[in-house]
Design a protein around this ligand. Structure first.
Ligand code: UD1
Ligand code: UDP
Length: 360
């Protein structure tokens, strides 16, 4: 049996690592990297650090507008699928790489398995929302990480091929957290435990809107402790385009660094006094690390983090972060909102059963 796995962006490298490890003990995996992310610090370092197998195909698609980027991926993935004739295609999350993989496979009548299915922000301005909905609707096996995601899928008419498995990002954290703490030190970053905030900003809605990005940077600059900001290349570009360099340079709080590796990120997350983000993955990692999270968005797909009190939505336009931090009170920790850390094995079991039944 042969499965073609498609990845391309940073969060997908984190998710593929635990699944691929299990999958390869059961069948042949052909790994395709679209090249959506290509800087060493956005891609290569994850392959090295997480021991992700070398891709069988590097499509080298790179950046571009949605149509160009997705179209080029679609074209190249179709060629790979025609050549490899796999039994199924495995896609992760909600990026343009996910959508291109799912579309290419669906037109060739190849079964599609979607890890992280059923997430919804109910905000169709987000490219990710379109990517998720379209991918879920052409998939043959859906792996929602939460009950909320299961309910979202039910509402859209899916029942049969939905398997709640938990979140593979927890598998990744459990596998790597000790390694992160052994191999890296906060002192290397000039930081002391619980003495700083960690921030990440890259959501298009926040970066590509002058007013919102300015409001966010100003809010970060008003924090009373250092704010370490590993800068996503998209945000770096927009800061330069909008001329916000001075705003940052004159802020004693904001400390910009390059994107960090996954192990470094786990360490920075676990030592922070709070995490400020618009990332999907980082909201969950904050909860795993039991660190309060402040999410600079109007809504989130990861509603359990908010309902449990570990995550607070902060409107980016009048981002009163300091106020949100002050108002947060201690809340009890609710375990297992994202499963038990064995999502990868459950996913692979379901996939193997599906393929065996089809064959039989
Ligand atoms: C993509 C995903 C988003 C995900 C994020 C994770 C889509 C539509 N968006 O957003 O869901 O949360 O990845 O990080 O798929 N760039 C570089 N070097 C790189 C990669 C990007 O310089 O290695 C710059 C380019 O200027 C590029 C811009 O970042 O145009 C945006 O990259 P792109 O992959 O289109 O979207 P992301 O914002 O990274
Ligand atoms: N991440 C990382 N280094 C960074 C920023 C993020 O290793 O400098 C990791 C983070 O720990 C998480 C994943 O990248 O595992 C999340 O990716 P990102 O925030 O880019 O995308 P999203 O989850 O929003 O789609």
């Amino acid at each position: 049996r042969k499965i073609v796995t498609i990845v391309g962006a940073r969060p997908q490298f984190v998710k593929v690592a635990p699944v691929s490890r299990v999958l390869r003990t059961h069948c042949r995996e052909v790994l395709v990297n679209t090249g959506q992310h290509y800087d060493y610090k956005m891609a290569g370092v994850f392959f090295e650090e997480l021991s992700i197998p070398k891709p069988d195909y590097d499509l080298g698609v790179g950046s571009g507008n949605h149509g160009k980027q997705t179209g080029e991926m679609l074209n190249k993935i179709e060629e790979v699928l025609l050549r490899e004739t796999p039994d199924a295609v495995l896609v992760y999350g909600d990026t343009n790489s996910t959508l291109a993989g799912a579309l290419a496979a669906s037109k060739l009548h190849i079964p599609i398995f979607h890890v992280e299915a059923g997430l919804r922000s109910f905000n169709k301005r987000m490219p990710e929302e379109i990517n998720r909905i379209a991918t879920d609707h052409v998939s043959d096996l859906l792996f929602p990480p939460t009950e909320t995601a299961v309910r979202n899928l039910q509402r859209e008419g899916f029942a049969d091929h939905v398997f709640m498995v938990g979140d593979v990002m927890l598998d990744a954290v459990l596998y790597n957290i000790e390694l992160a703490k052994r191999n890296h030190r906060l002192e290397t970053f000039g930081l002391a435990e619980r003495d700083y905030y960690l921030a990440t900003i890259h959501r298009a809605d926040n970066t590509d809107d002058r007013q919102r990005l300015k409001a966010i940077l100003e809010a970060l600059s008003r924090m009373s402790a250092p704010v370490v900001l590993p800068l996503h290349p998209r945000t770096q570009k927009m800061i330069a385009d909008y001329g916000f360099g001075d705003l940052i340079a004159s802020s004693p709080a904001i400390r910009i660094i390059e994107p960090v590796s996954y192990l470094e990120m786990l360490l920075l997350e676990s030592g922070a006094k709070g995490i400020i983000t618009d990332s999907g993955g980082v909201q969950k990692e904050a909860y795993f690390a039991r660190v309060p999270c402040y999410t600079l968005r109007d809504e989130t797909e990861w509603v359990e983090t908010v309902e449990s009190g570990w995550n607070t939505l902060v409107n980016p336009l009048n981002a009163n972060l300091a106020d949100a931090v002050q108002r947060r009170t201690d809340v009890p920790y609710i375990e297992n909102l994202y499963g038990d850390g064995n999502a990868a094995s459950k996913i692979v079991d379901c996939m193997m059963k599906f393929l065996a039944e089809r064959r039989g």
